[in-house]
Design a protein around this ligand. Structure first.
Ligand code: FAD
Length: 434
């Protein structure tokens, strides 16, 4: 059984896990350096506290543990210049002015604002547009507001790890997320037997169905798009579980460290979850590879040319590595049949609902990383399905926060792959610790 098949055992030696592990050996250190050492990618702006859960109200599921708390940055002075509103504002010269609400409304949809920017001003340097939501987005925009609305967070100082958030509140969120997978109009697509995983053996639809039925009942008419939706969610869940097992708090000794039993319970004994984690790695790394051309011309706007160059060098080293390998994910097999327009809209709306559900997460730290990763997957989907590498001008806007979320999400999955490998080795060797 190939490792990408949900029924694969993690101990199976199959080229597909090995292929992605080998790629990960190359890009993991680059991703580490991008996300830990550059100002551009180690901070994030989002609406962490101000949005209310649009689906239910349940104050009792809020997490009061200290590990759930997030240290936000309240003063602009404490931010690196690259993220400061007033610095970004300086770039808004007369020609690069932020469009007023009315102008935005009058502007025909889809038309980019590029023509308005000053000659040397990259689009990425200008404060993001208010409430600007492109119909091609897979997420509800998070960070809108040119006046510093939203919360600034150092991702390095607020690591994703075990928080103790659990119980009914957490389950309710996960259940609702998985329920989004119940698509209304099941198309009977001939593409349903295809798989977007290029050159790798993948599951027959029936195998997959029998496995996921154990966790979430699925309708019989599974099409590829629904399977992909499920795999993205399950893979994200698996990645979050990996991080919390990797950095677990031993409440007896008060020490942080890997917890092998946690890994066994949540991942090792559920090989389909690990398979979905690898699936996400293939999907997100393909999206990043697809942005290579875009990133070659991207301005990182740190106001320090050396720092900009360093950030760009790292990012292009990443896309260069990804491009040097055969393409492992083929998005072109999705949304191909006659129902594809409706199906894509349904898919997109469901993914937007997952992004809204993040406001129902009762633990600040989990909400921060949940929002960032959902935005990362949403951006990957937007790049995969709405970007055409050959058409530069007509592509949808890629917000700074989307790029930061995308790269950090890949870094999170990359960390998970490395952690799963060391956990697996420990289990195979019969060790209770790593
Ligand atoms: P859960 O992980 O809550 O899973 C619930 C059910 O979903 C399981 O019983 C199983 O049937 C199914 N399931 C589990 N994994 C998968 C999978 N990969 N694919 C398909 N089905 C699956 N906790 C932290 O400590 N740190 C965090 O950073 C953190 N971030 C979170 C982010 C979000 C968005 C959410 C909703 C929760 C987060 N949590 C975090 C909580 C954590 O995910 C668990 O909910 C919690 O640890 C309780 O775990 P559990 O064993 O009860 O099962």
């Amino acid at each position: 059984v190939c490792a990408f098949e949900p029924q694969a055992r993690v101990s199976d030696t199959c080229s597909s896990y090995a292929t992605l592990d080998a790629l990960n050996d190359e890009i993991h250190p680059i991703l580490d350096s991008i996300t830990q050492d550059t100002d551009f990618f180690s901070y994030y702006r989002l609406n962490l506290f101000n949005k209310i859960c649009p689906f239910w109200q349940d104050e009792s599921s809020l997490c009061g543990n200290i590990a759930c708390a997030v240290n936000t940055i309240d003063s602009q002075e404490d931010l690196p210049p690259i993220w400061r509103v007033e610095e970004l504002g300086k770039l808004e010269g007369p020609r690069a002015g932020h469009p007023g609400k009315r102008q935005q409304e009058e502007r025909p949809k889809k038309k980019p604002l590029q023509g308005r920017l000053g000659d040397d001003v990259g689009e990425s340097c200008v404060v993001e547009y208010d409430d600007e939501c492109d119909e091609r987005d897979y997420c509800v925009p998070e960070d809108e507001g040119s006046s510093g609305k939203g919360d600034y967070v150092s991702l390095v100082d607020n690591r994703e790890r075990f928080t103790g958030y659990a119980g009914l509140g957490a389950h309710q969120v996960w259940d609702s997320i998985y329920r989004e997978n119940c698509f209304v109009k099941p198309p009977n697509s001939p593409s349903s037997q295809l798989s977007p995983l290029h050159g790798l053996q993948v599951q027959a639809a029936n195998d997959f169905r029998s496995v996921i039925q154990r966790e979430q009942p699925q309708p019989d008419d599974e099409c590829i798009e629904k399977r992909v939706f499920h795999r993205i969610i399950s893979g994200m869940h698996a990645s979050i579980s990996t991080h919390l097992c990797r950095e677990y708090l031993n409440q007896t000794t008060n020490e942080w460290g890997p917890n092998v039993q946690c890994y066994k319970d949540r991942l090792h004994n559920h090989p389909e979850r690990i398979s979905n984690l690898y699936f996400n790695y293939a999907l997100v790394s393909r999206a990043v590879a697809k942005l290579q051309k875009h990133l070659e011309h991207y301005k990182f706007c740190s106001f320090d040319p050396d720092q900009d160059q360093d950030t760009k060098d790292k990012v292009l080293a990443l896309t260069g590595q990804l491009h040097s390998r055969p393409q492992i994910f083929d998005e072109a097999v999705m949304f191909q049949d006659e129902n594809s327009i409706e199906l894509k809209e349904d898919f997109r709306n469901r993914f937007r609902n997952v992004s809204r559900l993040m406001d129902c997460v009762g633990c600040d730290k989990c909400r921060l990383w949940g929002k960032l990763q959902v935005n990362g997957y949403g951006t990957a989907l937007k790049v995969l399905f709405e970007y055409d590498e050959t058409k530069n001008g007509e592509n949808p806007l890629l917000r700074r926060t989307e790029l930061v979320a995308l790269i950090n999400t890949l870094a999170r999955i990359s960390d998970s792959l490395a952690a799963v490998r060391s956990f697996r080795q420990a289990v195979e060797a019969g060790h209770e610790e790593i």
